[in-house]
Design a protein around this ligand. Sequence first.
Ligand code: FES
Ligand SMILES: [Fe+2]
Length: 372
Amino acid sequence: MSTFHKTADTFIAGAMTLPQKYYTSAEIFAREKERIFDRYWFCVGHQSRIPNPGDYFVQELLGESLIILRDREGQIRAFYNVCRHRGTRICEQAEGQFKNSIQCSYHAWTYGLDGKLIGAPFMKEIADFRWEDFPLRAAPVRLWEGFIFLNTNLQSEPQPFDELFAPMRGRVSQWNISQLQVTHRERYELAANWKYIFQNFNECYHCPTIHPLLNTMTTYVSAENDLVEGPFLGGFLELKQESMTVTGRTCALPLGQLGAGDEKRGYYYTLLPNLLLNIHPDYIMYHLIFPHAPGRSTIISEWLFHPQAASRPGYNPADAVDFWHETNLQDWHVCELSQQGVQSAAYTPGWYTPRESLLAAFDRDYLKTMGE
Ligand code: FES
Ligand SMILES: [Fe+2]
């Protein structure tokens, strides 16, 4: 059973925002890559995006291009989008379906869906060419609640996934997330550091000022958290309406087997380094952050619904999509304003309020992970 704490109860008075360099320095960004991005697991989406063998999508991540596919046995795999012949980018489409193999368009070297090299014109003539030494380079893949995680560090081992994810095991199982379906996707380009997006997500102190509509849906002071320290943080807010939608009504079939009270709550969790999860009684909306540079990030937001949601009379995913799209733009705007302000010589760390205990916790864990 989770234990929930009122937001202010886990606050340590005197906590300050991070110094400027953490949002602006290329050197810090390089250290983040080494200490955080290379050691943790990036979420690249939900398994429902590639339901059938051969289905794939391509994801850019930390300067790399990855092909994420479902193989013939139904297993999800990730490969670097780099041909083993002369290094050419193989896949140019953002998503699609491979028939039975993956072929480079340059000289037709061909790989199985398991990554093995199965065709290379004229190479059979070379006696000592070892075909088994030239599969597509793979990135390790793990699943949690149907979300696909991968690690792109080719130099050393990432943190063991099962150990790292122990605090998340079973925590959101009542929503049956692995069975849900991605129904909508938005992509946003932000001139903001990835941590501003994390931090903004972890407080509703800004809700009355920034989100007039969202603020009618929840009581922001009702926030209670069950993950208050470490790489995973979050909890819930009480809902004043049925769901977080433009109309305030649920717009799809309820998810899973909700425990007592869960149908009156909106849960939020942040999972280092890039998954921000918003759970509602009738749908889930999550953000995937892809950092590019200290002041530049891409966010992909996706909406998950019950697989039979469309069978409910009154099914109206736009009610949820429009609500969050509007809210997201409000959030991204203040993240960009934060980035603009932090670049000023006038910026010095400021005091966190008791409503921002998760941000202080995020910063504490971040500095520890960075070895500071
Ligand atoms: S570079 Fe891919 S087949 Fe030659
Ligand atoms: Fe917000």
